[in-house]
Ligand binder design. Sequence first.
Ligand SMILES: [Zn+2]
Length: 265
Amino acid sequence: MLVDTHCHLNMPPLGDDPVGVLARAAAAGVGRVVVPAYDSASWNPILALAAEHAGVHPALGLHPWVAVDEWVAAARTSGMGGIKDHLSRAVASSSTPVVAIGEIGLDTKIDTPDLPRQRDVLAVQLELAADLDLPVILHCRGAFDDLLAALERHGGRLRGVCHAYSRGIELAERIVGAGLHLGLGGAATRDRARLHKALPKLLLEKIVLETDAPSIGLQDVPPEQTEPRHVRDIAAAIAEVRGTTIATIAEVTTANANALFHLPV
Ligand SMILES: [Zn+2]
C-alpha cells in the first residue's frame, strides 16, 4: 500500500468527486491520503472530508501565502495568541485525529512576501505542534536558512516533512539533519529536475511520497490532472533511478508515513 502524504482533496477538481478520486487511488494501491489545509476557511471542509471518507487524514494550519491576511484578521480580535488558540480549538474539535500541523512555512517567491509576518505565523504554529506533539508539514521556497533556524529553536524535538522537495543533495542532508523527512512528488519524475541527481543518494528511511495534487504535475501529467493515484508513478520513477522495485519503495515510504503521522496500522 502507498500513502499520498500531501494532497489537496478539498480543492477543485478533486473536491468535486472525492469518492471517485479515492476509488481510483485505491485501485492504484494508494490507500491513504493526508490532506493539509491552506487557510482557516479550509479547516472545516477538510475535517468533514476526513470524517466522511476512510483513509483521509486531516492536517490543519495556515500556509505562508495567507499568513499576512490571517494575521490581520486575527489581530483584529486577539493578535498572535488568537491564531494559536483558533488553530488549537480546530484541532481539538475534530472527530477524526488531526495528524499534523500544516501546511505551514515560508515563501519569499510570492509577489509581496512579508517575511517577518510569515516568520511570526510560522513560529506560533511550530509552538502548537510542539505542544500537541504533532508533526509539521512544511512549505518552503527561498527561505531554507530561516526555516531551519525556526526549527532549531525547538532543539530538534519537532518532526515533520519538508514537502515538494525538488533540490539537491546538500540541502536535503541539512533538512534530514534537522530531523525532517523529505516529501518527494512530481519532481522525482522529471529527469531534468535538480532532485534527479540526488535521488540515488537520499536515505530511503527519510522519504515520504506525495502528489500535492492538483498543484504539481508529473513529467507526463499536467498539475490539474494529478490525483493521489499518481503516487504509484512517483514510486516507480524513484525505484527506477535507485535500481530497486516499486514494492521496496512502497514498503519503506509507507512505513515512514505511518510512523511520522501516527497513522493507524
Ligand atoms: Zn500543498
